[in-house]
Write a protein that binds this ligand. Sequence first.
Ligand SMILES: Cc1cc2nc3c(=O)[nH]c(=O)nc-3n(C[C@H](O)[C@H](O)[C@H](O)COP(=O)(O)O)c2cc1C
Length: 220
Amino acid sequence: MDILEAIRHRQSIRAFEKKEVSKDIIDQILLNASFAPSGGNTQPWKIYVLSPEKMKILEQSVLKQLDEGNTEKTDFNIYPPDMPNRFKDHIKACGLLMYDALAIKKDDFEGRLNQLKKNFSFFEAPVGMIVTVDKLADVNGWGHVGHFLQNICLASLSFGLGTCLQESWSMYPQTVKECVDFSDDEILWCGIALGYPDLANPINKYRTSRKSITDLAKYL
Ligand SMILES: Cc1cc2nc3c(=O)[nH]c(=O)nc-3n(C[C@H](O)[C@H](O)[C@H](O)COP(=O)(O)O)c2cc1C
């Protein structure tokens, strides 16, 4: 797949075929993704590929917290505490697209909660991964990890695979740390669901919009 085609073709995939992904393919995706650039080549990322058993334990542990109404102190603000309209509008628009695709109504809080919960089974993907950032990396270092994440998404496409990056895991950093057992030098950033996309599922059938070039770029 041509690079521009891959960039344009990538979309978040939230339903997967029941088909395993071989370890060899996962290795190839991660090897290729590791060629992402980072300042001083610090490579401040780590990735944990979970076994199906670990995925189940993680799902049960997080859902237990969620169902019992327990919250955890997050390591970073997933969204700004005072959300400006320039963020709100986009978040609302992409939420609406997803709920419309699933025919979940605005006031159907249970339907929305159930969709949120699907994050914690990695949307039933065959592969679930957890990505951490080195604690000493500052905001610029987090940006470098973004290159690694995007490489994973794009490399996956060349094997016919789809991905969904999932910040929802960072709502429960302590529970994830207990299960994944990453070191105290790392901060949980996100999860990644990986698998063969179920393209017939309505949740994979819509596309999100983008700002126009005139909105995002200024030629001086
Ligand atoms: C770091 C990061 C975290 C995300 N976390 C979630 C998540 O927890 N759950 C989810 O359904 N989508 C998540 N997304 C997907 C975004 O909603 C999605 O990328 C955005 O709406 C644009 O749509 P597209 O990926 O289909 O182009 C995340 C994306 C990124 C980059």
